[in-house]
Design a protein around this ligand. Structure first.
Ligand SMILES: [Zn+2]
Ligand SMILES: [Zn+2]
Length: 653
C-alpha cells in the first residue's frame, strides 16, 4: 500500500492543505484543529455539498466545517430539530403522521396529521419540554441507506401515508432513513451529530397547511418552532421579536400620525398625513441638494403614459397582463397605462434633441410616482404598496464613463446611509452567468467592461462585496446595497443597475468624437429605493426617533400654566424664524403630563417655560433620550440664542 491509498488531502477554507487518514470524518478533522471547533461542528461541506459531520470522507476534498455561524450550519441545526419535534410529538400524540419538516429562514416547521387530536398554543410548553428531555439524551442521528420496497414496507407498517406518498417520487438506491433515539424518519439529510446540541426550543405558531400545498388534499397541522444551541440565544431572539413588534412601522405610523390607509381610497395606496409628509419632504430635499451637487438635473414626467410607450420599452409584453389595465379615452379610444416605471419617459427626454459625446453623462432625476399591481395578500404597510414614489434617476453615459459614474453613485448612496445612521452595510454585485451568455443582451465586450467597472468601482470605494454569478438581469449587471438595521435585520436598499436594453429599444444615440453615431449606456439608480419603503425602514431602525432634522415636530413648547402662554407663543414665533418647527402645548394639563405626551410622540426637544423663564427671558430645555442621540434628559435653563445654537449644531451633525 502507498500513502495515496491510506491518506487523503484536505483543503481547508484558509487554503491550507492537510493530510488525514482516508475515511476521516468532518468531526475528526475538526478535533485535530481544535477541541472547541469539534464541540461546535454541526455539518461538513465536502466539495461543495453539505453532509453529516459524522460521514467518512474517502477522497481528496475541500472541506468546510459548518457551525451555528454559517447559514448552512444553522439550517442543518434547524432541520435536525424538526426531527426532534417529530420525536416529541410521536411520544405525546400516539398515531401522529408526518408530512415534511424543513428548515426555514427563522427556525423550521413540521406538517403533521394529528389524527383528530386537539392541538393549540396551550400544548406548546408540553412539546417544548419533551423536546428538551429527548435532546438531553444526546441521541445520534444515524444514517442508513434503505431499499425503496423496504422503506415503503416500514411506513405501511407504521401507517404513515404521507411518507409513502413522498417515497413514490424517489428513486430506489437514493433513499436514506435517519434514526435518533426511538424515532426514524425518511430523509436525505444532512443532520447534526446528535440531539445534545439542541439546548433551547420554542414553538412559535400553529397553522393549517394542505398536504403538498394542494387544497384537494387533507389539511395538515403546520407547527412552527425555533431552536438554539444556547438558552441565551433563544432569550435574545425572543427579545428581538418583541422589539421588532414595538418598532413595526405600521404600528408606529399610526401612533405618530405619519400615514394612513383608507379602504375607500383603495388598498395599498398610502395617505401621507401632515407629519409623515413633512418627513418625506425633508428627505426629498436632502437628496435633491445632494443630487444637485452631484450633477443631476431634475425632470418631471406625468403619472400615465401611452400604451405604445410601454410596448416600446418591452414592459407591456412582459408585465402587461399582471399590471393595472389600460385606461381608455372616451372619444379617440386611446390607451394609457399608469406609469409602472419612470425610465421610458426619461428615454424620451433624452431623445428630445441630438446628443453629442460632450453632453454625456446626462443625469436626469425625478421623484417619480409609479403604480404597480400587487395582489391584496401581498400588500404590507409601506413596504409593499400599489403606488409609491421612487427617488429615481437615469444616467446616460458613454461606455468608458460607466466606472466613474458608478463611483459617484456609490458616493451618493454612502452619503445617504451615513446621514441617516445606517452604518452597517455591504454590497452585492450581480454578474452574468458565464455558462449562459446567450441569455443576455449586449456584446461580450460591453459586459466585460461594465462588470469589471463595477467591481473596480466597488473595490476602490472600499465596499465589502459578494459577487453573485448569474444574478444579473438579462439587460445588465448591477450592484445592490444591503443594510443591517438596529435589530440586526438585513434590508436591501439602494440599487445601481446598468442597462443595455432600453437604449436599444428606444434607439438612443449620441455623436462620438469620431463623428459616428453611438449608443449610450443607461444606468438606473435609486438610493432610497422608494420613499415609502425607505421611511418604513427608517421608522423601524430608529423606533420612530428620527434624527432631529427629520423629526416632524422638532420642539414642543410646554408652558407650566396659562399665565405663560403669551411668552410661549412669542418663543414659538422666534424659533420659527430659525426654521425650528413644532408646537405650543396649550392644553390645560399638568406639566408632567405634557412632558410625557411629548416623549410618547418622540418630540426631540421639550422647552418648558414658567415664571422664572418668563422673567429671565430663558427656556428650560429637555432633550428626549434615545439611541439616535445618546444624550437626553434635563439640559437646564438657557437663553433662546443658546438654544438656537445648540439646535443648529445638532441639525448639522
Ligand atoms: Zn432530516
Ligand atoms: Zn429606471
Amino acid at each position: 500500500m502507498t500513502a495515496q491509498d491510506v491518506m487523503i488531502r484536505v483543503t481547508l477554507p484558509d487554503g491550507s492543505v492537510r493530510e488525514y487518514p482516508k475515511g476521516s470524518t468532518g468531526l475528526e478533522i475538526a478535533a485535530q484543529i481544535s477541541e472547541g471547533l469539534a464541540r461546535n461542528v454541526l455539518a461538513a461541506k465536502v466539495n461543495g455539498v453539505v453532509q453529516d459531520a459524522t460521514r467518512p470522507i474517502d477522497t481528496d476534498a475541500t472541506v468546510q466545517l459548518l457551525t451555528w455561524n454559517d447559514p448552512e450550519g444553522k439550517a442543518t441545526f434547524w432541520h435536525s430539530s424538526a426531527h426532534l419535534l417529530a420525536e416529541a410529538l410521536e411520544s405525546l400524540y400516539p398515531g401522529v403522521k408526518f408530512g415534511i419538516g424543513p428548515a426555514i429562514e427563522t427556525g423550521f416547521y413540521y406538517d403533521v396529521d394529528l389524527n383528530g387530536q386537539h392541538f393549540s398554543q396551550d400544548d406548546f410548553r408540553k412539546v417544548e419540554d419533551k423536546m428538551l428531555e429527548l435532546a438531553r439524551q444526546k441521541n445520534a442521528y444515524v444514517r442508513k441507506p434503505v431499499g425503496k420496497a423496504d422503506a415503503i414496507a416500514y411506513f405501511e407498517e407504521k401507517g404513515d401515508p404521507y411518507k409513502i406518498d413522498l417515497l413514490q417520487g424517489l428513486e430506489d438506491g437514493s433513499i436514506t432513513f435517519y434514526t435518533q433515539g426511538g424515532f426514524t424518519d425518511l430523509c436525505r439529510g444532512p443532520h447534526i451529530p446528535n440531539t445534545g446540541f439542541i439546548k433551547a426550543a420554542r414553538l412559535m405558531n400553529v397553522a393549517g397547511a394542505y398536504w403538498r400545498g394542494d387544497e384537494k388534499n387533507k389539511m395538515l397541522t403546520r407547527i412552527y418552532a425555533v431552536t438554539f444551541p444556547k438558552q441565551k440565544e433563544l432569550d435574545d431572539y425572543l427579545h428581538l421579536l418583541e422589539e421588532a413588534k414595538k418598532r413595526d412601522h405600521r404600528k408606529l405610523g399610526k401612533e405618530l400620525d405619519l400615514f394612513a390607509f383608507s379602504e375607500k381610497v383603495g388598498q395599498g395606496l398610502p395617505l401621507w398625513l401632515p407629519k409623515g409628509a413633512l418627513v418625506r419632504e425633508r428627505l426629498e430635499n436632502f437628496l435633491r441638494r445632494a443630487q444637485v451637487r452631484a450633477g443631476y438635473q431634475p425632470v418631471v414626467t406625468p403619472h400615465i403614459g401611452s400604451k405604445q410607450l410601454y410596448v416600446t420599452s418591452g414592459h407591456w409584453e412582459k408585465y402587461g397582463k399582471d399590471s393595472f389595465q389600460p385606461i381608455h379615452t372616451p372619444d379617440e379610444d386611446e390607451e394609457f397605462l399608469l406609469k409602472p416605471m419612470n425610465c421610458p419617459h426619461h428615454c424620451e427626454i433624452y431623445k428630445t434633441k441630438p446628443r453629442s459625446y460632450r453632453d454625456l453623462p446626462l443625469r436626469l432625476a425625478e421623484f417619480g410616482t409609479v403604480y404597480r399591481y400587487e395582489q391584496s395578500g401581498e400588500l404590507h404597510g409601506l413596504t409593499r404598496v400599489r403606488g409609491f414614489t421612487q427617488d429615481d434617476a437615469h444616467i446616460f453615459c458613454r461606455p468608458d464613463q460607466v466606472k466613474d459614474e458608478f463611483m459617484k453613485v456609490i458616493d451618493l448612496v454612502l452619503y445617504v446611509f451615513k446621514s441617516l445612521g445606517f452604518n452597517d452595510y455591504s454590497a452585492q454585485v450581480s454578474l452574468r452567468d458565464p455558462e449562459n451568455r446567450e441569455k443576455y443582451i449586449g456584446s461580450d465586450e460591453l459586459w466585460e467592461r461594465a462588470e469589471s467597472a463595477i467591481i473596480e468601482a466597488a473595490a476602490e470605494k472600499g465596499l465589502t462585496t459578494v459577487m453573485e454569478l448569474g444574478e444579473a438581469a438579462f439587460y445588465g449587471p448591477k450592484l445592490d446595497f444591503m443594510v443591517r438595521d438596529a435589530l440586526g435585520r438585513k434590508w436591501q436598499l439602494g440599487t445601481i443597475q446598468v442597462d443595455y436594453n432600453l437604449p436599444n429599444r428606444f434607439e438612443l444615440e449620441y455623436v462620438g468624437a469620431d463623428n459616428q453615431k453611438h449608443r449610450p449606456v443607461m444606468i438606473h439608480r435609486a438610493p432610497f429605493g422608494s420613499m415609502e419603503r425607505f421611511i418604513a425602514i427608517l421608522i423601524e431602525n430608529t423606533a420612530g426617533n428620527f434624527p432631529l432634522w427629520l423629526s416632524p415636530d422638532q420642539i414642543a413648547i410646554l408652558p407650566i400654566s396659562e399665565k405663560y402662554e403669551d411668552y410661549a407663543n412669542d418663543l414659538f414665533f422666534a424659533l420659527q424664524e430659525h426654521d425650528i418647527r413644532g408646537f405650543v402645548d396649550l392644553r390645560d394639563e399638568k406639566i408632567g403630563r405634557k412632558i410625557r405626551d411629548a416623549e410618547v410622540n418622540k418630540v426631540p426637544y421639550m422647552l418648558i417655560v414658567g415664571e422664572k423663564e418668563q422673567a429671565d427671558g430663558t427656556i428650560s430645555v429637555r432633550r428626549k433620550g434615545g439611541a439616535a442621540t445618546g444624550q437626553g434628559g434635563d439640559l437646564g435653563s438657557m437663553s433662546v440664542d443658546a438654544f438656537v445654537a445648540l439646535f443648529q449644531q445638532e441639525v448639522k451633525l
